[in-house]
Design a protein. Structure first.
Length: 232
């Protein structure tokens, strides 16, 4: 299976071409609000690098959120257009699961993205089987940590945003938290996304495929609150 994998759900732009679990080419760039300009040129460059064409693809995989609203939309939109125009199957994978698969070890893996105001996008995964322990969602960080404090397992927090909450995490969970110094484990890899996608079913209808934000955009939430206040 020849797979194109795209992850633009956060600051890291990651694109990979993988065939039969072997990474043929991969690009990882830390950009800021530049995915819309960089994604298509990056995809084109990867195909040229290995002297292959998009028509040879068997599957397109994309990170479908949560994460940056703009970033997720860019990746999903490009993946949908490619899947439709090339008539290729499309698979969406949780952005948090992609990150969680960076590490395989005994204990809990907790991929985490900052969602502001002491909230996070997060999930809890079994470190050995990758089984979901706590579903991906939008959580108050203190609530999530308090729930985790009931477990005596070792815990590995992954993601570039972990450092923002490191003190709070350690204050609640103490020495159950294992520090991860390898920076490569804190960023998603499109090659990992490609391999996860092979385990999942393709979407039935490309046009109906949508991101999983796990919460409303802030502008939409503010509008709803305004409407609710007007009705009082």
């Amino acid at each position: 299976m020849f797979v194109l994998a795209i992850d633009t759900s956060n600051t890291t732009l990651s694109v990979a071409l993988v065939e039969n679990h072997q990474t043929l080419a991969e690009v990882m760039e830390t950009t800021k609000n530049d995915h819309s300009k960089r994604l298509m040129p990056t995809i084109e460059a990867l195909f040229k690098q290995i002297n292959r064409t998009p028509k040879e693809l068997d599957l397109i995989a994309v990170a479908q959120g949560p994460g940056s609203y703009t970033g997720v939309r860019i990746g999903v939109t490009v993946a949908k257009v490619l899947a439709w125009t090339l008539n290729k199957p499309l698979v969406g994978v949780s952005s948090l699961e992609i990150l969680a698969r960076n590490l395989k070890t005994e204990g809990y893996i907790i991929p985490l993205f900052d969602a502001r105001r002491q909230t996070v996008f997060a999930g809890v995964y079994n470190g050995e089987s990758s089984e979901v322990i706590v579903p991906d969602g939008h959580y108050e960080l203190t609530d999530l940590l308090n729930n985790l404090s009931n477990s005596d397992k070792k815990m590995y927090f992954l993601g570039n945003d972990v450092v923002k909450y490191e003190a709070l995490i350690k204050s609640v969970l103490g020495d159950r938290v294992v520090e991860i110094d390898d920076e490569s484990l804190h960023v998603p890899h499109a090659s990992t996304l490609a391999n996860i996608a092979l385990e999942k079913e393709a979407v039935e209808n490309v046009h109906h495929f949508t991101p999983k934000y796990h919460r409303l955009p802030e502008a939409e939430m503010n509008w709803m609150l305004e409407q609710e206040n007007k009705g009082k």
